[in-house]
Design a protein around this ligand. Structure first.
Ligand code: NAP
Length: 266
């Protein structure tokens, strides 16, 4: 049996086991693959990674707060994960642990289902781990990125690294001029709040809220009411999981089956 895991702290309530196991069942490989979730406290991370090798765990999805620290304990880091400075996926390739970042692929795949990115004026709200991965992907696709962050200094550091413009949250009215707006802060998660005043949204825009709980965040509802195209946060979650599925199994993921399972859960 190939065991796959998601590790984090806390990891309770993660959708990943249900999505991956639905995929295994659909492909008839649920007698060969099983995906589980387990809490790993920060002080146990090093031991947990050694355990992955010792136990021959096939693939490990990594969530908060381990995405940066885990890089110290792997044998190889993929070039893109190195640039993003975060790993959310570990593949055990014949005893060698390789770290990848599939978060950026998840976000970019979700965006490219709606639009091309080259030359698009794109506002990214937030300068944390998720924003980093998304900005890396946007720059790779030649989008024109401006970062807006509550703490202006963090936006400045990120903007310098990736060659973007930046501003503080006090300048958020500028999003009215943008083609694409991406919320990569937790604002709206299990609360009826939006980071952007509705009057700055319009029907020509694409609004992507990476917050996926609830599915219909206030930002998404406001964008819909203004006639903007919207992208739900769960799309990113789905597509980053699809890449993980394919790395772990070596098989093409049944995307629609995984999507339906995710929609059932949310
Ligand atoms: P993080 O590294 O902690 O970064 C959080 C960012 O949000 C920082 O830029 C922070 O600004 C800003 N922020 C936090 N609270 C704020 C508030 N009340 N007002 C204004 N700005 C605030 O977190 P992360 O890993 O990037 O995750 C961000 C969100 O994305 C989380 O809700 C997470 O669940 C979600 N996410 C979704 C997916 C998906 O697949 N859909 C994947 C990854 C993450 P400061 O610099 O000022 O602190």
């Amino acid at each position: 049996m190939n065991i796959c895991l998601i590790i984090g702290y806390p990891v309770k309530g993660s959708c990943s086991p249900l999505i991956h196991n639905a995929g295994y069942k659909n492909l008839g490989i649920d007698d060969q693959f099983n995906y589980l979730a387990t809490d790993v406290k920060p002080e146990h991370l090093k031991m947990a990674i050694a355990g992955i090798k010792a136990l021959g765990i096939k693939g490990v999805s990594v969530t908060m707060p381990h995405k940066q620290k885990v890089m110290e304990y792997l044998d190889t880091i993929d070039k893109e994960a190195e640039k993003i400075k975060a790993v959310n996926t570990i593949l055990n390739s014949n005893g060698k642990l390789i770290g990848y970042n599939t978060d950026y692929i998840g976000a970019i795949t979700a965006l490219e289902k709606k639009t091309t990115l080259k030359g698009k004026k794109t506002a990214v709200l937030g300068a944390g781990g998720a924003a980093r991965a998304i900005i890396y992907g946007l720059k790779k696709k030649d989008a024109v990125v401006k970062i807006f962050n509550r703490t202006r200094e963090s936006a400045k550091i990120l903007a310098r690294e990736f060659g973007c413009e930046y501003a503080g949250f006090e300048s958020l009215e500028q999003v009215a001029e943008m083609d694409i707006i991406i919320n990569a802060t937790p604002i709206g998660m299990n609360e009826d709040k939006s980071p952007i005043n509705k009057k700055f949204l319009n029907k020509k825009q694409i609004v992507f809220d990476i917050v996926y709980q609830p599915k219909e965040t206030k930002l998404i509802k406001d964008a819909k009411s203004k006639g903007a195209k919207i992208i739900y946060g769960y799309e990113m979650l789905l597509y980053q999981g699809v890449v993980q599925f394919e790395l772990y199994t070596g098989m093409k993921a049944p995307v629609n089956v995984m999507r339906r399972r995710l929609e059932q859960i949310l």
